[in-house]
Design a protein around this ligand. Sequence first.
Ligand code: GYE
Length: 306
Amino acid sequence: AACANSDTGADAGDGPIVLGFSQVGAESGWRTANTNSIKEAAAAAGIELKFDDAQQKQENQIKAIRNFIQQKVDVIAFSPVVESGWDTVLKEARDAKIPVILTDRSVDSADRSLYKTFIGSDFVKEGRLSGEWLIEQTRSATGPVTIVELQGTTGSAPANDRKKGFAEAIAANPNLKIVASQSGDFTRAGGKQVMEQFLKANPDIDVLFAHNDDMGLGALEAITAAGKVPGRDITIITIDAVKDGMQALADGKFNFIAECSPLLGDQLMELVRKVHAGEEVPARVETQETTFTQEQARAALPNRRY
Ligand code: GYE
């Protein structure tokens, strides 16, 4: 479709807006729900979607974006697997006059003219809410509280920010100590494997903070195999609130989840239309989110969409 500039904001060209979207991969339940949301929303909005799965590799994302530039798509959106290393390819998009929208994860580029807007969650807040809940739960603890942390993909915005927010919140009680912190790459397999190592090295783990549900779900297997009862012997806090995570919370295996919504599709398509029409968009569009205890998960589960 040709570039639009009509007063109505409608596409002045021939046919639908073409959106090139580079997805991180299919590493988690969150990601699957996010991909579905984007595909459904594009179809509903009559936007032609060129979708690429980068399999958690930055080089694949850079390749995909270069392909989109070559194909002269109208708008590029992507969920950057890591925060750094995007300036060159983003300049190429800007030179080609193709607007870019960051979806879900941010980049650390200092040059704000390299992309139009960001849509996603406040990851620092998710980490902070998780830490604040733990502070509340351990108020009466007299001795040390031993915490292990399963980090998301190394260098990714959600891993960096959730770690930061959690650490800041638990600093309020010096009894709370993170004794081990390692990446499980946001996958179940990663969560299981790293939790096995944690359990071997630290016999007395009180709390697991996992940067997403999937790693927490993988860790459940390791915890059970070590003869411990998840949710009782080890308090488990995760982030996302996808179906399987909410089920584990309702079943008493998890103790707390900070929600991170993957349903970004409709808002993304709205932004795509606007940047394509040359309209002003906010610099940041943040998702509305909540938190869940076990009881709240039981109440919310029947109505969850993903
Ligand atoms: O929390 C995790 C996924 O970027 C917010 O990526 C997203 C994160 C999400 O793999 O499950």
